[in-house]
Design a protein around this ligand. Sequence first.
Ligand SMILES: Cc1cc2nc3c(=O)[nH]c(=O)nc-3n(C[C@H](O)[C@H](O)[C@H](O)COP(=O)(O)OP(=O)(O)OC[C@H]3O[C@@H](n4cnc5c(N)ncnc54)[C@H](O)[C@@H]3O)c2cc1C
Length: 359
Amino acid sequence: MPIADRVGVIETDALVIGAGPVGLFQVFQLGLLGIPAHVVDALPVPGGQCIELYADKPIYDIPAVQVCTGRELVARLLGQIEPFAATFHLRQTVVALAQRRDGRFDVETSSGQCFVSRTVFIAAGVGAFQPRSLKVEGYERHLGSQIFHDGPDAALLAGQRVLVLGDDDAAVNTALDLANADAAHRPANVTLLHRRKLLTAETATLSRFQDMCNAGALHFEVGQVLGLEEASGTDPRLAAVQLIGEDGQARRIAVDVMLVRLGLSPKLGPIAHWGLAMARRQLMVDTAFFETSTPGIHAVGDVVSYPGKKKLIVSGFHEATLAAYAAAARLRPDEPVLLQYTTTSPRLQQRLGVSARVG
Ligand SMILES: Cc1cc2nc3c(=O)[nH]c(=O)nc-3n(C[C@H](O)[C@H](O)[C@H](O)COP(=O)(O)OP(=O)(O)OC[C@H]3O[C@@H](n4cnc5c(N)ncnc54)[C@H](O)[C@@H]3O)c2cc1C
């Protein structure tokens, strides 16, 4: 069935794929030009690499911001786009993008949400962030029932033997939270498993973890997962994890639930199949309009390639600005797109919701 005939399809002037720093600034530049946007991201929260890879680390090269963390930068970008009330569609990956006969674009996400958009902005960075999984036989079979990347509800873990995989703050805090749960929600036992003794979580988190291990409330195992064991031929439930320890000895840990917290890895995935010109897995764009080989589909930020490209946030901000102007010309062909300053333009100030303050 054509997308436009489906129930729940959203028609829009602009769809931004990716809510990283550049996708967020794209929303701002579009908003200034009076173009509201919908934004899709695979992650549960906006922020892209800034949130996923260095939320609490400092950034020093954002113009006029001496220093801020990844998280602070994202909060500022979100604050800046507030007047434009963009609609976010999170936890879903854009899986299909195709041009219709009328020149608009059909876009579909992994959740089945469909859009028909007049312009598209690919701000997909290094790709959609997906949870890292284990490459062992049977993993997919138990995913969602006994193996979880996200969640599950704490109530489901009460009285269970829980194995947490990972070494960073997310993994260690998951183990700590479970061991500290109230009696009604507490698992029977909680073990953190990592392939090396060294964990990368923050010092304060590790110190709490050590205390809990010393008190016998948590267990720590060092080893590499070799396979999964099911209860029996007739009972296919996950029953144990087989591993090889640092000492080279094979061992098994009985489990009811495995929480995999191995971090996220970006996958360019479907973008490579949308028929857009690419070079070394990046989208080729012209540098006047930041448009791909398909007019109406713009691309900005880390996902693009052009002579002299630098994968920096500030470069993405410039790219988003030019892409927005180009899209405005496409969306309103009869209106000249004039350069206006936020300092002096009553129209821009009205869009920003600051007219009264300026007076
Ligand atoms: C450790 C580290 C430190 C850094 N420090 C600096 C610094 O100090 N200064 C600086 O300028 N730069 C820095 N960078 C680089 C900077 O983070 C990137 O240039 C910037 O994040 C690019 O922004 P983006 O919006 O293009 O992409 P990203 O931040 O990668 O965001 C892309 C978003 O698109 C989503 N996405 C991708 N494909 C899809 C899809 N098909 N469907 C739905 N969603 C999708 C992803 O989930 C992601 O959220 C640093 C990078 C790292 C790793």
